[in-house]
Design a protein around this ligand. Structure first.
Ligand code: 5GP
Length: 113
């Protein structure tokens, strides 16, 4: 299987502005930010997308949400923020490694595009 850009970031083969790391997950700034704060949280395990997660990944998936909460606090997103998971083509996913977008420091609108 070809390494995705995110696997290369996990392996430190390409640089990223990392804001958090532990044994299960990594978080770094999005290269093309859509908000003043735009962080990507990824599992180190190469799960392609939310659809590929299994019962075995239950702890890991829960962990990612708690990391979102931790990073939001660290980045001072006290007034709220948005968490997005794009899944597959219709979801607008462009990198096939599960990632949670944290977007903050601006007013979000609904419905999303
Ligand atoms: P998706 O569209 O798959 O939900 O989101 C992929 C995100 O990854 C996009 O917001 C894009 O800007 C970001 N991205 C793509 N390549 C890189 C990269 O090499 N470094 C970083 N930091 N972000 C990237």
């Amino acid at each position: 299987m070809n390494k995705t850009i995110f696997t290369k970031i996990i392996c430190k083969e390409i640089p990223a502005d990392i804001v958090y790391e532990d044994n299960m997950s990594l978080a770094f700034k999005d290269i093309n930010p859509q908000a003043p704060v735009h962080i990507l949280v990824i599992p180190k395990k190469p799960i392609a997308n939310l659809d590929e997660g299994t019962e075995e990944d239950k702890t890991l998936l829960g962990h990612l949400l708690l990391i979102v909460q931790k990073i939001a606090r660290k980045m001072g997103l006290d007034n709220g923020y948005r968490v997005v998971i794009n899944n597959g083509n219709d979801g607008g996913q462009t990198v096939n490694h599960l990632h949670l977008h944290i977007l903050g420091k601006r007013q979000m609108t609904w419905p999303p595009g």
